[in-house]
Design a protein around this ligand. Structure first.
Ligand code: PLP
Length: 472
């Protein structure tokens, strides 16, 4: 397109599509209503020899995906742990695509590189992490795990005289990871991709409060005191948002030479709130931390962050220098810290989100969503036949729907819970997910989106009451 007027016309039309989507979120069903067959039938258009007018491509795309999008950007989406998109972050994200910068190195886009440096500082301040820690802006916690654990692998093996970057893992000293049985599956994948093997990851039983007991960790560490060990602790586990006891566990692990990695995909944001930051007492002494931008900060997908206390270990495991990469004196090349080469300048959205909220806005977002999660779980718990399995300590709760028939078993309650989640999602007023927690099926209640307010909580509870009444 060489005519700037056609650029403007297309983007204006796209703006209309976008605003219509946002304006419709409040009334639209939250779950997808189109079946996979319908979506395939619409979207599997023949690949043509000749191309199409851009405006037609966009109009047809919007029409074809109708009913196939979930309302995760809205205020009635409570499944998994997902956030919406703050207005400034959304707008910055549009510009990111418009500017089309390659955020691989400083020389490709000085502004993108500097924005990431600024985000690094702001994030460390908000999350109360050591100012000297290194930083990677990744696609999410999954890759943030990969980066952090690559740094851990480097440091622990270097201490044992092994250069893992040169020699790989064949013949290397053994390396193990100790974590709670409540850990997220992204950790298993990171361990597999790093060549450590799933068997190197040992699940220790969490206590009834969802936390790892110091005695449990101590016993596991002392079983093999010489073995290179990474201890992975949770700042907000996926079911109940439990925080490990960092103040006791981190020193325990450090006394035994272990590297401590903190999975705080959403929970690390508790640090931004005076009301909740006690949950992270002692976490700042760990060796690496990961969290997401696309969850609690409400930055658009995708965006995650890794921080590593040992900058040299991070740099040694990730950095790359090549003759054709222009190094600019006194600047930061993202390539030295991130696992990707060419990459989206996703720093702009984070920068805009933090500027929109400010310190107080981030704290308020965290506190407000926690309050709504509690109100939602309490509201559901007050309905007949609903049992609260976990009342939120932060923004995650669990409820169970009990089979009213006399003599109903735990398996009947499991079936009833799954049936209720499915019926509630089909109803469209709110959207939830299920999980198995301590051997029982539960409905997860997760509040992360900035658009959730009291009206959305009331609507979700009313929908559950209606669906329950309809099921008898
Ligand atoms: C979401 C989540 C992850 C994975 O994060 P992604 O951004 O999806 O890669 C890891 N751990 C926890 C606790 C999570 O909630």
């Amino acid at each position: 397109m060489d005519d700037p007027r056609s650029d403007a016309a297309l983007l204006a039309r796209t703006l209309e599509h976008a605003t219509r989507h946002l304006a419709g979120l409040d009334a639209a069903p939250v779950g997808a209503t189109a079946t996979p067959a319908e979506l395939r039938q619409r979207l599997r258009r023949p690949l043509t020899d000749a191309g199409l007018e851009p405006a037609r491509v966009i109009d047809e795309l919007v029409a074809d995906v109708a009913g196939g999008l979930t309302g995760s950007a809205g205020g009635r989406f409570f499944a998994w742990v997902m956030g919406g998109t703050l207005p400034a972050a959304l707008a910055a994200d549009w510009l990111t695509s418009t500017w089309d910068q390659n955020a691989a190195i400083h020389a490709c886009s000085p502004a993108a590189a500097v924005v990431e440096e600024v985000c690094e500082g702001w994030l460390k301040e908000l999350l109360r992490l050591p100012p000297a820690a290194s930083f990677a802006m990744t696609t999410g916690t999954q890759l943030a795990h990969l980066v952090s654990l690559a740094a851990a692998r480097h440091a622990l093996l270097a201490r044992r005289g092994w250069d893992v970057e040169a020699e790989g893992l064949q013949g290397a000293p053994p390396l193990r990871l100790l974590t709670s049985d409540q850990h997220h599956g992204s950790l298993d994948r990171a361990v597999r991709l790093l060549g450590l093997g799933r068997r190197a990851l040992r699940d220790l039983p969490a206590g009834p409060d969802g936390r790892l007991a110091p005695e449990t960790l101590r016993a596991a560490l002392d079983e093999a005191p010489e073995t290179a060990t990474v201890v992975v602790l949770q700042a907000g586990d996926l079911n109940v948002g439990a925080f490990d006891d960092f103040a006791r566990l981190v020193p325990l692990a450090h006394e035994r030479g272990a590297w401590v990695h903190v999975d705080g995909a959403f929970g690390l944001w508790a640090a931004a709130s005076a009301e909740h930051r006690h949950l992270l007492d002692g976490a700042g002494a760990a060796d690496s931390w990961v969290t997401d931008g696309h969850k609690w900060l409400n930055v658009p997908y995708d965006c995650g962050y890794a921080f590593v206390a040992d900058r040299e270990a991070h740099f040694a495991s990730v950095s790359h220098r090549a003759s054709y990469l222009t190094q600019v004196e006194g600047t930061r090349d993202q390539l030295d810290w991130n696992p990707d080469w060419s990459r989206r300048a996703r720093g702009f959205a984070t920068y805009a989100a933090i500027r929109q909220l400010g310190r107080r806005g981030v704290a308020d977002l965290v506190e407000r969503t926690c309050r709504h999660a509690r109100a939602l779980v309490d509201g559901l718990g007050a309905l007949p036949g609903v049992e609260v399995a976990w009342r939120p300590t932060i923004n995650q709760g669990l409820v169970r729907f009990l089979d009213p028939r006399p003599g109903a078993t735990a398996a009947d309650h499991d079936r009833r819970t799954d049936a209720l989640v499915a019926a509630l999602d089909a109803d469209g007023e709110a959207f939830f997910g299920g999980t198995t927690w301590r051997g029982r099926r539960c409905m997860r209640v997760s509040v992360c989106g900035w658009r959730t307010g009291e009206p959305e909580v009331r609507r979700a509870v009313a929908a559950a009451a209606r669906v329950l009444a309809g099921m008898g």
